[in-house]
Design a protein around this ligand. Sequence first.
Ligand SMILES: C[S@@+](CC[C@H](N)C(=O)[O-])C[C@H]1O[C@@H](n2cnc3c(N)ncnc32)[C@H](O)[C@@H]1O
Length: 212
Amino acid sequence: MSPPEPPQGALAWDHRYREGTDAWELGQPAPPLQAFLQHHALAPEAPGRVLVPGCGRGHEAALLAASGFAAVGLDFSAAALAEAERLHGSSTALQWLQADLFDPPALAAAGLTAGSLEGVLEHTCFCAIDPSQRSTYLTTVRELLAPGGWLLGLFWCHPRPGGPPYGAEASALARQVEQAGFTKACWEAAVGSASGRNGQPRDHEWLGLWRR
Ligand SMILES: C[S@@+](CC[C@H](N)C(=O)[O-])C[C@H]1O[C@@H](n2cnc3c(N)ncnc32)[C@H](O)[C@@H]1O
């Protein structure tokens, strides 16, 4: 019997990684997130099990693992995870999971059940999914977090139409996160944004930390 077909979306992302049209790739963790985790007074502290949805090449998951968290990098693109494994390896502190974030049975099969996480780190997954899926993203993340768990994210609040990357209006995005049941700890224009593979500086980035 042949293996099940990955969803169309995953195939499209695979194609971008294989063809090198992954213009978002930074080759490192996003600097505003790294600076926040390493220097900010509100930075979440290890240990704890944490998830990076749509982790791509896994730079943020590897950073979290190096910071003492047990990190799971999740992506539905096999090509992305092959790159993540090649670049960062895997260990008990750093695991890669090929799954669709919007497939609860697949998450549960990997032990990602209600309240099983201390934290979720978001970097350019929220802007990659269709905006109609954003409320499901937020309810999924909230459900996975233990009470008091954190959502730290760098959000691309650009005003351009279409996507991906789909933009957002910063205050509307923050309102949507709070309406999903999160309490804001920090929401500010990001400092030190990097340029993607296409050399274009990432504009309109906002950094947020919320608690469940
Ligand atoms: C723009 S890329 C960002 C990758 C990485 N976070 C980074 O910043 O370099 C978006 C990633 O989200 C993944 N993705 C999109 N929708 C997903 C879903 N429903 N479940 C899991 N991964 C998803 C894609 O495969 C892709 O790797």
